[in-house]
Write a protein that binds this ligand. Sequence first.
Ligand code: OAD
Length: 223
Amino acid sequence: MKIAILTGAGVSAESGLGTFRDKDGLWTRYDLNEVATPEGFARNPALVHDFYNARRANCAGATPNAAHTALAQLAQSAHEVTLITQNVDDLHARAGSPDVIHMHGQLMRALCAVCAARWDAPLKMDPADACPSCGQAATRPDIVWFGEVPYAMDTIMDAVGTADLFVAIGTSAEVYPAAGLVELAKGQTLEINLEPSARANAFDDHLFGPATKVVPAWVATLC
Ligand code: OAD
């Protein structure tokens, strides 16, 4: 079976990485306009780097959980799996999932705002860092900010549109275009989340509960 999976922050919540919109979520404590937009970065790059440096440190100290591991097992099964994530952590890859599509970028990668070179981010980025390619001090985390276009949209839309099964896991479905992918699905659709998301009505089936319990149980039914 051809399976397209979209994950969000709920998949990494039980690894200790915060979600965005839950109680105590990142966007209840930080102004996203200041730390997650190109305009915020232009105003105060040091503040933005501090925000992502802290998240990078959290990510480096976290380990994949049973949901990440189960999805990696599914990728090794006979099913043809495309794993799309909104998460900027690297826990899917560390659990063993190959070819993860990071539609919102990656904390562990850096991007030059001048020449678009990309490289592995140091644990701490600084506005004074020079791009290893062009030498300009214009380095930023390789994160897709609000107002920017998510990565690999053609590949993602093709994978979702041709899948026999589309599954969204641990996402509130508040952010587009990710939240609209379910509309492209022509096969069965399944939402796995703690609670119904903003787009719950668009899905055929639902499994509610913590990802570390529900995802391994669901994968076990397919492998
Ligand atoms: P949100 O924080 O908006 O939503 C997380 C979802 O996960 C919620 O629906 C929770 O109910 C659910 N959840 C929490 N803990 C869970 C658990 N243990 N098991 C299963 N589900 C759980 O995060 P996203 O939907 O990923 O973008 O947010 C989408 C985008 O908004 C992010 O990629 C980020 C953010 O702004 C950018 O920064 C560009």
